[in-house]
Write a protein that binds this ligand. Structure first.
Ligand code: ADP
Length: 398
């Protein structure tokens, strides 16, 4: 069966068509600037040349129409007709407390996703638009929702309740939800496979380090804690997000700088993190380059970032007692040799020993730990699309 995986942002749509017989990607692409001037589809059928289709797209329905046309195009398409798409898997950012796993989409599910808009006002609405567009254009094709939050629904209350008045949890659902769940799940399963062990017997710490970054403690295949929280702002310092800061700083800065709620939100989400500290860039490649040229604030930004990751590793080691595997994934985790090295430096005391030679690797599944007796350290390219496709296949086959 071929499965179409859809990931809708407010003005973008990413897609992959995957043949589940061999889990091979048949075609993939990206629609940009939906609803804005200059909208276009970048489409690639594997083995053929990439094409760019420039056409006005007023909404996600029009975008999806062009994607489906591209997929069945006789020259640059991957399939002959839409009948060759057996099911669609949709990435949905927030499932609140309603979804601990992926589900077949029906009216009741749509209602529950709508109910979570309050919790993810920027993410759930475009996800919903993508689902509705698909339902209109492919009314007979089964659809599955795969939630970023679902994997973390196994986190115990002792780790998800904030030390705030309990009524805030009851009234507004203020608690830790966690994000990047599909990625943490994928790489933890892959780590078990690479180590030839049953995931039920493993304690794994997964570090998803991209523009957004989070760490997760995976015990026996279940998430028991993660660094992101009620929103994707909590936890690590990121490209532009502050992560954890003393909450008292927020009203203090608002008063001193005369900031509105929107402005302080923007400061914490868009102007902080390694960009805020370095003043250079949110891209870790630029920061590493600036540091090599002697920029002290770039060096400091990197130290702040790696120290935070290190502290979460220590905290999760304490939660799980012993750690069998430490996994690095996403843009930085997969590609930055020096950041992986810097994070592991000094963690020998908890049996995390990186092999500097083996660590000279980018974007390839590799075990980079020094010896077989200490914690296994793995670099694993994440594959959220494949995880979504696998969940979709499993549910539609039931
Ligand atoms: P997201 O999906 O959250 O947008 P990615 O997982 O694609 O993010 O990661 C993007 C980040 O990865 C970029 O900001 C960049 O800093 C970082 N990155 C990519 N390649 C490298 C590299 N070779 N060295 C350091 N950082 C890298």
């Amino acid at each position: 069966m071929n499965i179409l995986v859809i990931n809708c942002g407010s003005s973008s749509l990413k897609y992959q068509l995957i043949n589940m017989e061999n889990e091979g990607v048949l075609a993939k692409g990206l629609v940009e600037r939906i609803g804005i001037e200059g909208s276009r589809v970048k489409h690639e059928t594997i083995g053929k040349e990439e094409v760019i289709i420039e056409e006005p797209m007023s909404d996600h329905r029009k975008a999806l129409e062009l994607v489906l046309d591209a997929l069945i195009n006789p020259n640059y398409g991957a399939i002959k007709s839409m009948d060759e798409i057996g099911a669609v898997g949709h990435r949905v950012v927030h499932g609140g407390e309603s979804f601990a796993s992926s589900v077949i989409i029906d009216d009741r599910v749509m209602e529950a996703i709508n109910d979570c808009i309050d919790l993810a006002p920027l993410h759930n609405p475009p996800n919903i638009m993508g689902i509705e567009a698909c339902q209109e254009l492919m009314p007979k094709t089964p659809m599955v929702a795969v939630f970023d939050t679902a994997f973390h629904q196994t986190i115990p209350a002792s780790n998800y309740i904030y030390p705030l008045p309990y009524e805030l949890y009851e009234k507004y659902g203020i608690r830790k939800y966690g994000f990047h769940g599909t990625s943490h799940k994928y790489v933890s399963l892959k780590a078990a496979e690479m180590l030839g062990k049953d995931i039920k017997d493993l304690n794994i710490i997964t570090c998803h380090l991209g523009n957004g970054a989070s760490v997760c403690a995976v015990q026996g295949g279940k998430s028991i804690d993660t660094s992101m929280g009620f929103t994707p702002l909590e936890g690590l310092a990121m490209g532009t997000r502050s992560g954890n800061v003393d909450p008292a700083i927020i009203p203090f800065v608002m008063e001193k700088e005369g900031l509105s709620l929107d402005e302080v939100n923007n400061l914490l989400n868009k102007k902080s993190g390694v960009l805020g500290i370095s003043g250079v860039s949110s891209d870790f490649r630029d920061i590493e380059e600036a540091m090599e040229e002697g920029n002290e604030r770039a060096k400091l930004a990197l130290e702040v970032f790696t120290n935070k990751v290190k502290k979460y590793i220590g905290a999760y080691a304490a939660l799980m007692c012993n750690v069998d595997a430490l996994v690095f994934t996403a843009g930085i985790g997969e590609n930055s040799i020096s950041i992986r090295e810097q994070i592991c430096e000094g963690l020998e005391c908890i049996d995390i020993k990186i092999d500097k030679e083996l660590n000279k690797v980018r974007g390839k599944e590799t075990i980079v730990s020094k010896d077989l007796t200490s914690t296994a350290i793995l670099v694993i390219p994440t594959n959220e699309e494949l995880m979504i496709a696998r969940d979709t296949l499993e549910l539609v086959q039931k």
